[in-house]
Design a protein around this ligand. Structure first.
Ligand code: FAD
Length: 287
């Protein structure tokens, strides 16, 4: 059985993992699998497959995760959100994946449709900690939960955010994967605050190289991460020159990753946006 605990136990190895999203077309899927074959050379500890907003990729996520683990041969985690899903549906979905040998899960609450407040479904869950407890009661899963170095967009305060993070850990999560960030100081401060409240499980920094400015503006607006002013200004002056944006974004990510490797050591989870070329220039320098 794959387990995040076992993966992060070996503290001598710097671990990398990749997050992908399910492509909508067969061609996109073939391309992604070819990209992952290339990345296999970097010995990823696992690959994780996202779950579309409101469960929009239920079937695609399950199929892709099963396929990556079986055919590419890398342990694969499926993301799962409890938004809009009741307990019975959750059980059916995760049990089917467990039967396929998938027991690594990134367990999340998920987001409501735009501009609507989150509402717990009938006979479902309001928060990720409830999902973590439930999955541990219905199967043999190893779970990762989300952490937010700059705070979650809905949270009242960083302190309350940590209190709720602790509930997820106490419910049985094995690791924390963070939301993306572009200033490592947010991450180091987060790690300190997390340790101060007595959480001792591995914390994996989530890094997304900037390769397209409009795209990253959209993503950061949604998830609440900030782009440092000096970096944003540099990117904005070349925003219509894709090559330049990419060069600046990748150089920034390289600096972030080299610093994280020196100071944090556990590993890095890459939001690679389904393209190996978004991470290979970084991996070639840090692995
Ligand atoms: P929770 O931990 O439940 O927190 C949600 C909010 O409620 C927070 O503000 C928290 O402070 C508050 N809260 C928590 N518990 C309580 C409580 N008991 N009482 C009151 N308030 C509480 N989204 C997707 O749709 N698909 C994905 O595949 C996906 N993958 C992700 C992967 C990572 C690594 C990360 C960091 C995020 C991912 N997301 C994904 C986004 C995620 O679904 C959203 O950030 C969502 O808004 C919160 O999910 P959560 O699991 O952190 O929620």
């Amino acid at each position: 059985m794959n387990s995040f605990k076992t993966i992060y136990k070996d503290q001598n190895k710097f671990k990398v993992s990749f997050e992908v999203f399910p492509p909508k077309t067969e061609k996109g899927r073939e391309n992604l699998l070819a990209e992952l074959q290339l990345l296999k050379d970097y010995e990823p500890s696992y690959i994780s497959v996202t779950y579309g907003a409101m469960g929009s990729t239920r079937v695609l996520t399950a199929d892709l995760a099963t396929h990556i683990q079986k055919d590419i041969g890398v342990p694969t985690a499926f993301h799962f959100t409890c938004v809009g899903t009741n307990k019975d549906e959750i059980k059916d979905y995760v049990s089917h994946l467990e039967e396929q040998g998938l027991n690594l899960v990134v367990s999340l609450r998920g987001d409501p449709p735009a501009d609507k407040p989150f509402q717990a479904p009938k006979n479902g869950f309001a928060y990720a900690n409830e999902l973590v407890s439930y999955l541990n009661s219905v199967g043999n899963f190893s779970q990762a939960v989300a952490g937010y170095p700059e705070g979650h967009v809905e949270s009242e305060s960083l302190e309350m955010d940590l209190k709720y993070l602790k509930q997820k850990v106490d419910a049985g999560a094995d690791i924390i994967i963070t939301q993306l960030f572009f200033d490592n100081e947010f991450f180091y401060d987060f790690v300190k605050r997390v340790r101060d409240v007595g959480i001792d499980i591995p914390i994996i920094p989530g890094i997304m190289p900037i390769v397209n400015l409009s795209q990253v503006e959209r993503i950061t607006k949604m998830c609440g991460a900030s782009i440092p002013k000096h970096l944003y200004e540099k990117l904005n002056t070349v925003r219509d020159n894709q090559d330049k944006v990419r060069e600046i974004g990748l150089n920034h990510a390289i600096e972030q990753c080299q610093d994280l490797k020196r100071k944090h050591k556990t590993g890095i989870h890459f939001y690679m946006l389904n393209k190996s070329q978004n991470v290979t220039p970084i991996l070639d320098l840090i692995m």
